[in-house]
Write a protein that binds this ligand. Structure first.
Ligand SMILES: Nc1ncnc2c1ncn2[C@@H]1O[C@H](COP(=O)(O)OP(=O)(O)OP(=O)(O)O)[C@@H](O)[C@H]1O
Ligand SMILES: [Mg+2]
Length: 444
């Protein structure tokens, strides 16, 4: 990385520069804020390491100006020991991190590594977004949340490799979308992307669907049929719901993957097929493999690279953008969301993930009367969901509080002054809470 150091203390400046160069970074050093800004304009800098207190411009002022000319620059502020309050302010100004004096070089190295990591993720994600925008498919993927950015970065990295990819995620999280994206970003986006839904094909037809058959192979096989494996040659075979694959086919699939050859049902010869395999499942395939419900060797074959897709409730930040996307796509007249409507949508837990959200929006748009989507237009579980959540939270907090009270009372032999002391509350509050939970010392 190219790092700019601004520090008025020459000793510290040299120490830092030496250390960072040793780590393989290109380092530029400035003795004050003005000089730092001059260097910043001349060179392309990825990370600035700024002393907060310098004569002239302070570190945060320097940073604000850097950000104004390049919002992508990352920064670590060097602050005085214990100056956490300014540090918090400084983070608000756009610093990625801060480090206190005296400098702990190990911790500095870790902070820089973290930033490098996130820069790499940002690059990957930018590439994915660009590919989707310019790609031939009407794909749109929304995912600015950290969890989804991780996934997209992974997508970028696995796309070029020829290895099998296993996409794991709950139902409706977007596994198929991710599979198409991997294909699109891979080396042969024009080659076929062939899908096999392992849960939907009847077992007796499966082999012929996957590997094809020769004319007369079985009753009804009136002509030769090329299976999906063959049709995916040179491209991608997408095995959806792979956890549902019947055991007999698991071994046939394994053989095809290992030998890169298949034989059609009723066929005499083997046919060489090169295809990239992407599998998806909403089950815990590793656990199934451990209990013997899924062939372990096939699991390892499929799971060379694994791409987890996070459930929607772990990336609520994406909900508003997804809502906007679905409304724009499906609304037949201009319609807006009331604040409380969006609020409820963000709080709901979505056991069916993005697909459920998609359906909720479609349904609500159909039912809505005015030009404003009201909470009453939402399905009951969404409206109730938020309330239930809060109720549950209160219940848990109450349970926790009760346990803490009992523990403190037991430990102090039910002497209320001491228990209150231990809990950091007044005796009056303790008595109130004991009454609330009905706590009384048991006799004997
Ligand atoms: N990040 C996203 N941005 C935009 N649309 C999305 C996103 N994720 C999912 N969708 C949409 O949500 C729906 C469900 O996605 P998809 O079919 O890929 O999920 P899945 O994980 O394969 O579901 P299942 O487990 O039911 O097979 C699709 O209509 C898809 O276009
Ligand atoms: Mg799917």
């Amino acid at each position: 990385m190219r790092i700019l150091i601004a520090d008025d203390d020459p000793m510290q400046r040299e120490l830092l520069a030496g250390f960072l160069e040793q780590q393989g970074h290109r380092v530029l050093a400035a003795a004050d804020g003005q000089e730092a800004l001059t260097l910043f304009r001349q060179e392309s800098i990825q990370l600035a390491l700024l002393d907060h207190r310098m004569p002239g411009l302070t570190g945060d002022q320097v940073l604000a100006r850097m950000k104004a000319s390049n919002p992508l620059v990352r920064a670590i502020l060097i602050t005085a020991y214990g100056a956490v309050e300014t540090a918090v302010n400084v983070m608000k100004l756009g610093a990625d991190d801060f480090i206190e004096k005296p400098l702990d070089l190990t911790s500095l190295r870790e902070k820089i590594e973290r930033i490098e990591q996130s820069l790499a993720v940002a690059d990957d994600v930018a590439e994915v977004v660009e590919a989707v925008a310019s790609g031939p498919l009407p794909l749109q993927i929304i995912g600015a949340s950290p969890a989804m950015r991780e996934t997209l970065s992974l997508v970028r990295r696995v796309a070029d490799s020829p290895w099998s990819v296993l996409i794991q995620g709950e139902t409706g999280t977007g596994k198929e979308l991710i599979a198409r994206l991997i294909h699109l970003l891979g080396p042969t986006p024009e080659a076929p992307f062939i899908e096999v839904n392992c849960a939907a094909i009847p077992e007796n037809l499966f082999e012929s669907e996957l590997f094809g058959h020769e004319k007369g192979a079985f009753t009804g096989a009136e002509r030769q049929h090329r299976g999906r494996f063959e049709r995916a040659a040179g491209g991608t075979l997408f095995l959806d719901e792979v956890g549902e694959l019947p055991p007999t086919l698991q071994s046939k699939l394994l053989r095809a993957l290992q030998e890169k050859r298949i034989s059609r049902v009723g066929g005499e010869r083997d046919i060489a097929v090169e295809t990239r395999v992407i599998a998806a499942t909403n089950r815990d395939l590793r656990a199934l493999a451990e209990t013997g419900a899924f062939r372990e060797d096939l699991f390892f074959r499929l799971n060379v690279l694994d791409v987890p897709v996070p459930p929607l409730r772990r990336r609520r930040e994406d909900i508003p953008a997804l809502v906007e996307h679905f409304v724009a796509r499906d609304a037949r007249r201009p319609i807006r969301l009331a604040m409380e409507t969006l609020d409820l949508l963000v709080r709901y837990d979505y056991p069916g993930n993005v697909r459920e959200l998609e359906h909720i929006i479609q349904r609500s748009l159909t039912l809505a009367r005015g030009s404003l989507l009201q909470p009453s237009d939402l399905p009951e579980e969404v409206r109730r969901g938020a309330a239930l959540d809060q109720g549950l939270l209160q219940e848990r907090l109450d349970g926790l509080e009760r346990d803490l009270l009992v523990a403190a009372l037991e430990q102090t032999d039910w002497i209320q002054t001491r228990a209150a002391d231990r809990l950091g509350i007044s005796e009056r509050v303790l008595r109130y809470k004991m009454g609330k939970y009905g706590l009384r010392r048991r006799e004997g």
